[in-house]
Structures are given as structure tokens and as C-alpha cells.
Design a protein around this ligand. Structure first.
Ligand code: ATP
Ligand code: MG
Length: 269
């Protein structure tokens, strides 16, 4: 497991971090789960909010997806967000699960004038905010309402990026969307916290080239630690386990541990 608590317990104001990339299968959910679990084990009180109707973060952390329990009703104003918070088996880590009903929220929210800022308002007015240091949003692979309103609700965005050429095209696009959201006034202070390279394969030049390319354009945002392509990382969710439980001493667990420490160091500089 992860070392205990070198950063100390804390009581900072809750910060909302969206894990986002409109491209599918790039490691968003794996990063959201791993970062949340690692932050909690380092003493940070963390709320993982699963905003993807696929509910992969929910099942991946070992919680049953729940149609009634998702953000669907709070987003439509029919229930309070507090009622949706569930504990996980990890100390200091709670979750708001996803369920299939969230798929329908896209259409219903799109009808409302405040669709971009609805989630932001709910999260920022949540009384339970005081109980958390971080709220981590796992977002769906699209540019739909759930994804864009997650960006609008966030203080910072972490982009997981697969070490593939097509990943770079996707990066340009999400950076543009972040800029648009900032300029729309919905989230003027939204920052691109960082870019975490995932599925890095040290045996190929391609992986290194893609990392170099990102470094050229985003030297400050690029994480120094990369997440390797690892069979064990791919297996973990099928057991409802985090990589820290499934293969605690493996390269995947080490990488996500380092990424989390880097995240925390960046938060303080
Ligand atoms: N570093 C890795 N090495 C090997 N497999 C990985 C790695 N990271 C994620 N995977 C696997 O790749 C698949 C996609 O990962 P993940 O679900 O985290 O991506 P995602 O961006 O959330 O996908 P989606 O866009 O569908 O939500 C999953 O099966 C996951 O277990
Ligand atoms: Mg996902």
C-alpha cells in the first residue's frame, strides 16, 4: 500500500479537479480512481464524483452502480447532492456513484439555460464541502453537457493523455474547450493543472516522441512521472480493486503513487 501521510492531514477549502479528455479509453477513469485512492491514503479527505454514465469509476472502486444514487436527481433539482454521498471501503474516500440514468441527464440539462453552470452551483453550495479537501470528477468521453459542465465546475483540470499520435490531436481540442469555458465566464479561473501521460511503452520510440511533443508545447503542465502500459493496471477494475490493492508493489502502483505526490507538490507551488 501507499506510505502513510508525509503531507499531513489537512483542512484546506475543497478543491474540485476534473479528470477530462473527450477522447475515449485514454486512462481518465483509471487516473481518477488511482488519484482519489492515493490522495485519501495520504490523508486528504476526498470525494470521487462519477459523472460518466458508464459508471466505470463506481464499479472500479468496488461500489455497485446505482440508478437512484447518481447525480441525476440533484442535477435536475429533485434531490440534494448530500443524499448521494456513499462511503467506500477506503478511509477518507467517499463517492457519488454513477448509474445509467445519467445518460438521460444530458438531454434534460441541455434544455435548461443554466446547463453549463448547474453542476458548479450544486458543488459549490454543498454543505458537505467542508468535509473534503478534494473533489475528483471522472468525466465521460464526449464534449456533451456532463463533460463541459464538469470543466465549468472544476478549479483545475488534469488531462490524462495516451502516448499515441491521435492523442495529440485530442489534446489540442480539449485545451481549446478549456479556453472556451474560461472565456464564457462560466469558470474564468479554470486552470489546466497538468497533463499525465498514460500507457507509456518504453520499448517504442513513439511513446517517447509523443511525450517530447507535449513537453514542447506544455513544459509546465507535463507531469514528470508517466504511467506505464501495464497489464496489471488493466486487470484491477475487473476485481473492483485499485492498482494499489491489486498489485501494490508493481510498476503501475508505483507510477500512480508518484503521480499523486507530484500532484500534491504542484498544489503547493
Ligand atoms: N496504464 C495502463 N496500462 C494498461 N491498461 C490501462 C492503463 N490505463 C488504463 N488501462 C485500461 O485501458 C482501458 C481504458 O482505461 P480507462 O477506463 O481508465 O480510460 P477512460 O479514458 O476512462 O475511458 P472512457 O473514455 O471509456 O471513459 C481500461 O480497460 C483500463 O483498465
Ligand atoms: Mg472512463
Amino acid at each position: 500500500m501507499i506510505d502513510s501521510d508525509p503531507f499531513g492531514d489537512s483542512t484546506q477549502d475543497m478543491k474540485t479537479i476534473a479528470i477530462a479528455n473527450q477522447k475515449g479509453g485514454v486512462g481518465k477513469t483509471t487516473t481518477a480512481i488511482s488519484l482519489s485512492a492515493a490522495l485519501a491514503s495520504l490523508g486528504k479527505r476526498t470525494l470521487l464524483l462519477d459523472l460518466d454514465p458508464q459508471a466505470n469509476a463506481t464499479s472500479g472502486i468496488g461500489v455497485e452502480p446505482d440508478g437512484e444514487g447518481s447525480m441525476y436527481l440533484p442535477l435536475l433539482g429533485s434531490s440534494k447532492i448530500e443524499e448521494k454521498i456513499l462511503p467506500t471501503r477506503f478511509k477518507k474516500l467517499d463517492i457519488i456513484p454513477s448509474g445509467m440514468d445519467l445518460a438521460g441527464v444530458e438531454i434534460e440539462l441541455a434544455r435548461r439555460d443554466d446547463h453549463l453552470t448547474r453542476l458548479k452551483k450544486i458543488i459549490s453550495e454543498m454543505p458537505a464541502k467542508e468535509n473534503y479537501d478534494y473533489c475528483i470528477l471522472d468525466t465521460p468521453p464526449s464534449l456533451g453537457v456532463l463533460m463541459t459542465s464538469s470543466l465549468a465546475a472544476a478549479d483545475e483540470v488534469v488531462i490524462p493523455l495516451q502516448c499515441e499520435w491521435f492523442g495529440l490531436e485530442g489534446l489540442a481540442k480539449i485545451v481549446h474547450v478549456i479556453e472556451e469555458i474560461r472565456q464564457s465566464g462560466a469558470a474564468p479561473d479554470l486552470t489546466l493543472e497538468g497533463i499525465v501521460m498514460t500507457m507509456f511503452d518504453g520499448r517504442t520510440n513513439l511513446s517517447r516522441q509523443v511525450v517530447e511533443e507535449v513537453k514542447n508545447y506544455f513544459p509546465q503542465q507535463l507531469y514528470k512521472n508517466v504511467v506505464p502500459r501495464s497489464i496489471r493496471i488493466g486487470e484491477a477494475p475487473s476485481h473492483g480493486k485499485t492498482i494499489f490493492e491489486h498489485d501494490p508493489s508493481g510498476l503501475g502502483a508505483k507510477a500512480y503513487h508518484k503521480v499523486t505526490r507530484e500532484f500534491l507538490r504542484r498544489q503547493t507551488t
